[in-house]
Design a protein around this ligand. Structure first.
Ligand code: PHE
Length: 356
């Protein structure tokens, strides 16, 4: 066998490129294309072996032949690329006409879920109190008569029970008592929290409540509340006012005014309802649909924790005082976003829900 020279190599490498190019021209599918690539450019491919064979040449010859070899490699890669593109294009054209599937159409957008408006407002409310040092706790929705009423200074037979139309879970027992119920408010958590910890107490309790009530635009038989409770030595009504005023400003804007009026809840003394001046008419009142001409909007019940409630959980009412409040997140959301019917929150209509 004669020793290979750069001249003979030049001839054979040109042959190789020609043959490869000729074969490539007849290839119309990706599998054959891959087979072609392996045959020429793969680890044991013809061009690869050729390049490896150059090692036998002497230095000068190897330099010349090496350059030719690399050029040939570049050329084959280029051809491969072009062929691969045109095969792909041909496939697209074919599938567009045969499959009647327009593969060039943009994909369908993914619809992303979002939080329910009630969840959003509950979080906003809790965040406002958390930044003022309150922690968030939750409690049972199926409650006992004991916590929902007794511990809140509402004994059996007390007329104030009529303030909460109750859904009872258990049948009335021999003593005339109904031990289990669906909580009518989040207030039972006041006693539960105080029983399990010592002062200072600062908690907010978001959660679902239930009432045996006919529904209409402003009443639901199930709804959320956020309860608040702060108990410590030396807490006064001024703390209640300051905290709730700050809360109202955070949710409804910094120029809100607040108004407290006497109200009755058996577990607070004094008890109040808190209103903000109407943000829709700026307290003007007349002709305003949001505040119904009054200039004020009630947003929650509140008051100083009744000494009997404190004593009931073993806190010394001579030493500790505190305030409590309860508000309805749906009502807050209705005011904030101009929602006119509370039933929208629980009718699962995406046309409503997707607006938030
Ligand atoms: N639990 C009361 C209600 O549902 C609201 C309230 C809570 C009032 C705390 C005063 C203090 O009507």
């Amino acid at each position: 066998m004669t020793q290979p020279t750069s001249q003979s190599s030049a001839l054979s490498v040109q042959d190789l490129v020609d043959t490869a190019a000729g074969e490539l021209a007849g290839i119309n599918d990706t599998e054959s294309l891959e087979a072609w690539r392996v045959a020429y450019l793969g680890r044991r491919g013809r061009l690869t072996l050729f390049l490896r064979g150059l090692a036998q040449l002497d230095l000068e010859e190897r330099r010349v032949a090496g350059a030719m070899g690399n050029q040939a490699k570049g050329r084959l890669e280029e051809l491969l690329d072009e062929r691969s593109k045109s095969i792909r294009e041909a496939q697209l054209t074919r599938s567009a006409s045969e499959d009647r599937l327009d593969v060039t159409l943009p994909g369908r957008p993914l619809v992303s879920g979002r939080l329910h408006p009630t969840t959003q407002i509950v979080r906003e409310i809790c965040n406002a109190f958390m930044t003022m040092g309150f922690s968030v706790v939750e409690g049972p929705e199926v409650e006992t008569d004991h916590y929902n009423f007794e511990m809140l200074n509402i004994p059996l037979g007390h007329p104030a029970r009529d303030m909460w139309n109750t859904l009872w879970v258990d049948q009335q027992n021999e003593d005339g008592q109904y031990p289990l119920l669906l909580r009518t408010h989040t207030s039972p958590m006041q006693a539960r929290v105080m029983e399990s910890t010592r002062p200072p107490v600062r908690v907010v309790v978001p959660g679902k409540c239930y009432r045996y009530e006919a529904t209409d635009a402003t009443h639901e038989w199930h709804f959320y509340q956020v309860e608040g409770l702060a108990v410590d030595e030396g807490i006064t009504f001024a703390d209640l006012k300051g905290t709730l005023f700050e809360f109202a400003r955070r949710l409804f804007g910094s120029d809100r005014k607040v108004r407290f009026r006497c109200d009755y809840f058996p577990f607070v003394e004094p008890g109040v309802d808190m209103s903000i001046d109407c943000f829709a008419c700026d307290g003007e009142g007349s002709g305003c649909r949001i505040c119904r001409d009054s200039g004020w909007i009630e947003i929650m019940g509140a008051g100083m924790v009744h000494p009997k409630v404190l004593a009931g959980v073993g806190y010394d009412p001579e030493k500790y005082t505190g305030f409590a409040f309860g508000l309805g997140p749906e009502r807050i959301a209705m005011l904030k976003y101009g929602i006119e019917d509370i039933r929208l929150f629980y009718s699962n209509d995406l046309r409503f829900l997707s607006q938030f």
